[in-house]
Design a protein around this ligand. Sequence first.
Ligand SMILES: Cc1cc2nc3c(=O)[nH]c(=O)nc-3n(C[C@H](O)[C@H](O)[C@H](O)COP(=O)(O)O)c2cc1C
Ligand code: SF4
Ligand code: SF4
Length: 357
Amino acid sequence: MATMTTELLGFTLAHPIMPAAGPPVRDGAALLACAAGGASALVTKTISVHPAEVPAPNMADFKTYFLNTELWSELPAEQWLETEYPQTRQAGLPVIISLGYTAGDIANLAPRVAPFADALELSTHYIGNDYGPMQAAIQAARVAGVPVLVKMSPFREPQGAALAAQEAGADAIVAVNSFGPAFGIDIEHGGRLWMGGKGYGWMSGPALKPIALRMVYDIARVVDIPVIGVGGISTGEDVVEFLMAGATAVQVCTAAIVKGPDIFGKLAQQLDRWLDKHDYDSVTQIQGLALKQPIPAMAQPPVLLIDRCTGCNRCVTSCVYHALYLEDRKIHIHEERCAQCGLCISRCPVDALHPPA
Ligand SMILES: Cc1cc2nc3c(=O)[nH]c(=O)nc-3n(C[C@H](O)[C@H](O)[C@H](O)COP(=O)(O)O)c2cc1C
Ligand code: SF4
Ligand code: SF4
């Protein structure tokens, strides 16, 4: 069994996997269910000074992506302070309280939630491209005297924003929030729309993962504070990708909605099994591995490990340069036709094609 413990902002977490702000943490009871489901820390649904007026319908699952137009918590701050936060603390896990949005909102909320918070997470989703309002919100949050995490939205340039957050006193960056606005149409029912409000939604789930990974990779290269990755995680291997991209820990929202709060413990088990299988002793060994890798350059055709080839034809079909062919159910190449595009390497299910040394 690999060592899964993760040091984050002075806390020793059992493993690096926690919920992200969203419906799975919509109130105290839901947060306790996440704790029972194996989360290592708890992030609460974003609250603001006024409860959100959430349009309905506000969620739809398209399998490769998920749309929502849920905004922040529809529960008033007073209810969180009186009931939901005290209940959340019963879990005995670090509690990260998510707040939005302006410096004025945060100045109002941060001192009130401070008795229940081990850290604050600020959503920057609705405060524009300027770094000024974000920096002012961070400074307002610092009066709570606990670490301040700043959550990035994926439609903004990440490195400048993360550096500006760090400069203003952020203790960690969370990347990313949902992407959008985006749109979904039900073609089987006359082009019916899926979302209330303006008809638009914000995209999360598997299709968000490559965008979120890029943001984590970019941010982790420039800041000196921890990065928490979030976006499209639904398997232990997804967690591995985020840790390798430079994340210290990860959050999960959509997969916890569609699969339930037991997902956190399951992901931790899958991560543990993956580390064991690949002979890593701890999560820390894989953190940031991708940051040390050179950007690949391919000047030769791929190397063919013919003995491994099962003759499945996948790489042949997709080689648009017609460089690959099968003979006696084994892979061969017309080297002069190969354009070194690299696609076949990612298509082979049995690792029979490698980049040239
Ligand atoms: C229905 C829904 C509600 C969300 N509400 C919030 C929120 O209140 N505050 C916030 O910072 N992010 C919110 N998010 C964004 C998630 O925390 C997360 O950043 C995003 O969905 C990407 O992760 P995922 O692919 O694991 O869902 C919400 C996402 C969904 C799907
Ligand atoms: S690298 Fe590209 S062009 Fe060359 S064999 Fe593979 S798929 Fe074909
Ligand atoms: S994808 Fe791999 S196993 Fe399939 S034909 Fe190509 S080299 Fe062989």
